[in-house]
Design a protein around this ligand. Structure first.
Ligand code: UD1
Length: 451
């Protein structure tokens, strides 16, 4: 693992207002890698994945697959997965409870083995996150699905039965439900149509991976996916797409520090909404080649409203980072979160740095301030942790961010990549981290009392 083994006892020390410059290498997409790893279960031959980011979440998905009997071998950004001998059909609770995406093994496991027992993932910091769309879709394909004692028990009735193709309409274009049902349908008997499917690039990446294994899927990247089931899938070698959320996070790092930075490899079309909103906020993003873009910062950060939506709308996974930028804008902005019900917890932490934000329901009204000041802050979830790093880069003085186990779940060496382009960030471990949090926390309390 590239990041700290004990991130619970670590903290990041960030010195703000340093200019950045240079090129950042963007890793493979976390959300693609996780679901493509689950998708390997559909095949009974070894598969090789390339451009797999080295992340705690990826390690956890590897552990779930190992528990099912998959042989997992990692070599730099390659992952060799051999699912020839699946020995178990029950995923371990202790890992599923830490990694919601591991629930997504239910579709491929059921389709290939005829049975799957997966603990309910439960809620998480950003909301309740139910799975009824996954369950209803599998039932429509003929699976018998019961939820008992917190575990989803799914099986295909009959001996050596196959799921059956079905017409499925999703009430909401859920990314996970689309992925679960698309994977299940690849091995079903007959044709499955998923209407109101999620169009996220990671869903398309999974579809392309399944096609590389011989699956027959039409409508990739659209709202209607048509999957003609095949009896079996074969081995493949597949490269994960670049992470659009990591790329978006770095674009904001450039905008908030008024720095010109380049990013590659990226798929610029995957960043459409983020680039449009960055332009509204006064920066520009230009193409340097087919897979390389450059952020050109504006003199002023302009107030900009965003509303999170399913793709191609503005991604909920970029909401906190964009809000960090808006805290320093020259006016009032509104951020409306429509995808998850509890995803504004970072607001209180921005407040500690001097941001002026008022929350009503799922809306945050941000009155831009001329300056943020470094402070001790606590990351509340994965994207909030990245947003606090960004705020720290734009703030005057020192920010100490704890809770960096969230960051390590989904960003491959964020602080190293930022340091390489000029940021002043250090990872403090153990006693050093503890001391920094305590000293800075005490200083902040004194300052607050004096105000
Ligand atoms: C995926 C991403 C996550 C991203 C999210 C939305 C992965 C591993 N994670 O999560 O980073 O923030 O898409 O882009 O790919 N819902 C239901 N019932 C269901 C399923 C979902 O009500 O059965 C609701 C959820 O509670 C949420 C909304 O639908 O409010 C969106 O969730 P979904 O698109 O399923 O997100 P995930 O696949 O969990």
């Amino acid at each position: 693992m590239s990041n700290s083994p004990d991130a619970d006892n670590s903290a990041l020390e960030i010195w703000g207002q340093h200019s950045l410059s240079g090129n950042v290498t963007i890793s493979g997409a976390k959300n693609s890698a996780l679901v493509v790893m689950a998708g390997v279960l559909l095949c009974s031959q070894p598969c090789r994945l390339r451009n797999v980011p080295n992340l705690v979440d990826v390690e956890r998905m590897g552990a779930v697959l190992k528990a099912l009997g998959v042989k997992v071998k990692r070599d730099q950004d390659f992952l060799e997965l051999d699912p020839s001998d699946i020995s178990h059909t029950r995923a371990p609770y202790d890992i599923v409870s830490k990694l919601r995406a591991s629930f997504f093994v239910i579709g491929p496991l059921l389709a290939r083995m005829g049975v799957a027992r997966i603990p309910l993932p439960g809620g998480c910091a950003i909301g309740a996150r139910p799975v009824e769309l996954h369950v209803r879709g599998l039932q429509a394909m003929g699976a018998d699905v019961q939820i008992e004692h917190g575990t989803v028990h799914a099986c295909i009735p009959g001996i050596r039965g196959r799921l059956k193709g079905a017409k499925i309409y999703l009430d909401y274009p859920s990314v996970g439900a689309t992925e679960t049902l698309m994977m299940a349908a690849t091995l079903a008997d007959g044709e499955t149509v998923i209407d109101n499917a999620a169009q996220e690039p990671e869903v398309a990446d999974l579809a392309n991976f399944c096609r590389a294994m011989g699956a027959r899927i039409r409508g990739v990247g659209t709202k209607t996916l048509t999957i003609s089931g095949v009896p079996s899938l074969h081995s493949t070698d597949y490269a994960i797409v670049p992470d659009r959320i990591e790329a978006g996070t770095f674009l904001i790092a450039g905008a908030i520090t008024h720095s010109e930075i380049s990013l590659s490899p990226v798929v610029p079309e995957h960043l459409g909404a983020v680039i449009a909103k960055l332009r509204e906020a006064g920066s520009d993003v230009v193409s340097e080649s087919h897979n390389r873009i450059k952020l050109i910062p504006g003199d002023e950060i302009l107030p900009t409203n965003i509303q999170t939506l399913p793709y191609p709308g503005f991604p909920t996974d970029m909401q906190a980072q964009f809000m960090a930028l808006m805290t320093l804008s020259s006016g009032n902005s509104m951020v409306t979160e429509t995808v998850f019900e509890n995803r504004l917890r970072h607001v209180a932490e921005f407040g500690r740095m001097g941001a002026n934000i008022r929350v009503t329901g799922n809306c945050a009204v941000i009155q831009g301030v001329p300056m943020l000041s470094g402070a001790p802050v606590m990351a509340t979830d994965l994207r909030a942790s990245a947003a606090l790093v960004l705020a720290g880069l734009g703030a005057q003085g020192k920010t100490i961010m704890s809770g960096i186990h969230h960051l390590d779940r989904g960003y491959e060496q964020l602080e190293r990549k930022l340091t390489q382009i000029g940021a002043h960030i250090t990872r403090l471990e153990g006693a050093d981290a503890q001391a920094a949090v305590e000293i800075d926390g005490a200083a902040a309390t004194v300052q607050q009392r004096q105000v």
